[in-house]
Design a protein around this ligand. Sequence first.
Ligand code: HEM
Length: 470
Amino acid sequence: MVDSQINEINDLKSPKGTFLLGHLPQFNTYNKHQVLERWVEECGELFKIHFVGKEFVVSANPDFNNKMLRLRPEGFKRFSKIDEILKEMGVDGVFNAEGTAWKRHRKPTAEALNVKNVKAYYPIILDKTKTILEKFKNYSQQKAIVNVQKEFMAFTIDITTEIAFGHKLDTINDKSNSFQNHLEVIFPMINARVTAPIPIWRYFKRKKDKTLDDSLKSIEKVIYEFIDEAKKRLAENPKLKEAPSNFLEALLIENEDVNFTDEEIYGNVFTMLLAGEDTTSNSLSWGLFYLAQHPEVVHKVREEAKEVYTEDAPNIYEHIEDLKYASAVAQEAMRLKPTTPQLYLESNKDVIIDKVSIPKGTSIILQNKVAQTHSDYFSNPNDFVPERWMASECPMHKNHAPNVMRAFGAGPRYCPGMHLAKTEMVALISTLCKHFDFKLEVKPETIRERFEFTMYPENLKITFIPVVPD
Ligand code: HEM
């Protein structure tokens, strides 16, 4: 807990660092989240670090973090560097907007991703679930060792692109598409630039910076064409207003009240591509990481699937609501392996939280993973037990604090894609468990957490063994 004696940042502890560079050399490794976890062990839940003199507060206290997240947008904002980099790439959307601009973006985005609309998008999720199922059936016949992280990435890319603006891709079947190739250029560059100590590209364009510019131009062209087409469709077919077939249409409908410019619509469609792909596919990969080590859980998911639907996959959206155990599997995987283990905030004004005074302009790293795997909040915290999320079955209700879960953030800026992501995860987890057993082809300890823009399992290799029908 936060020490009640501490009331100034200057009084906070600090891990060991170097005099001039501070903690930068240790932090700038490829697994930043694990460095933070080690420091939490060394210094406790609240401490400070500095990068070449620039100070950062790190908090792993769930209550403290929750209060900061809830004080947005007035009290706190995202790190200004995120906005700087995205705007430079022409992206002005809900993720990087702040203050009143954020409020304008948030309402229509959240509406466009609400339960009613996700239900309308469900045929897209189902279609891609069946497509990847067929691919895995082929893999299982060939006894192929599958890099599931790559496969799930294709699954979420195809779904997100079609839901975002109606663009049909078939990345699952490796039908290479220039749009996809451009996206693959953009994502790592955003990651590299957000964490770059010096913005070299502003003074000198390297080959990769020029490639990025070309890709951004191509994506922009495609998205603007789709904006024009969607506007025409909505004008010609007013019925679409009741059940928009994609996010862009839903945004344009909501937009009748908000009056976004085309640039802002573009920014939000692009944001959705960015926010919805890696996060969901990496969470799915972690789900498979645990399922492959827990055949008893796979069996239970399969029994539930057989009770809920007779087809190959959950054929209607209502099935998803009934797949409570598959949903608990997804939740448990996100508790143990949140793909966004930390969030970055900056204070907009002087704030006092739990007797700690945070001056305006303080940069704060919110480490959320430690609490999700701590015995103060969950019994047997490192065990994979989906039952803990099934109220009537939970064998360990003694320590069960769902309110420390931050996999989707918290407060007014929590993830608006949460419902969509959970729907994708439940559909795929249930379908795969219905058809296959999973065998881990590498030792679990060789599967490492790897943090880039999000956290994913490196070296996850699995074979899919077909289930013999009853
Ligand atoms: C398992 C999958 C996902 C995870 C773990 C995840 C996680 C997160 C987290 C931690 C945040 C920051 C929340 C905060 O600041 O409090 C966020 C924001 C956001 N996410 Fe997700 N996300 C996922 C899927 C999606 C999907 C599928 C979409 C849309 C298609 C999406 C769209 C967004 C947007 C637009 C924001 C910015 C919200 C704002 O600033 O108001 N996410 N997400």
